[in-house]
Design a protein. Structure first.
Length: 163
């Protein structure tokens, strides 16, 4: 089943709602965790701890001994988001699952891009002890990529080559 115009408008509303959820959790983390400290969810496994990420994912710039001003990182994040939106728009005839994947990626990218643009850093707060600290926007991006991969595998062969 192909996504209709109403479905796409619904997905855009979902993008806005997901960005709102991301920012609500970041505000809660900034308010509560910064004031009261970390909260243990599962001892030794998961806790909530406020952190400010002035780098890119997995401290990629620091690992390369590079540094970029927050404004440059925000601009880069917004450009990547626009590029994903352009690819998404070109896939207008794709199944709804593909649109859902793009909606998650765009929502996550916008959530973190808005953080960089307004705060100069990304608020992270979910700490799984064997993984870097992350946030809801990061979860959305990863979920969106997984959904796209699933959609790619599950899509009929004639839709896989669509631009």
């Amino acid at each position: 089943m192909r996504a209709s115009r109403a479905c796409l408008l619904g997905l855009l509303a979902c993008v806005a709602a997901l960005v709102g959820c991301d920012h609500a959790t970041k505000l809660a983390a900034a308010t509560a965790l910064r004031e009261h400290g970390p909260v243990v969810v599962v001892p030794g496994v998961v806790d909530l701890a406020y952190t400010e990420n002035h780098d890119v994912a997995f401290d990629g710039l620091s690992r390369l001994s590079l540094h970029a001003p927050a404004a440059w990182l925000a601009l880069f994040a917004l450009l990547i988001t626009v590029a994903v939106i352009v690819v998404w728009v070109r896939r207008r005839r794709s199944p709804w699952l593909v649109h859902a994947g793009f909606a998650c990626i765009v929502a996550g990218a916008l959530g973190n891009a808005l953080d960089r643009a307004t705060r100069g850093h990304v608020v992270d707060f979910i700490h799984v002890h064997f993984w870097p600290v992350f946030n809801v926007a990061d979860i959305l991006v990863v979920a969106g990529i997984a959904i796209l991969a699933l959609g790619r595998v599950a899509a009929p062969r004639d839709l896989r080559s669509e631009p």
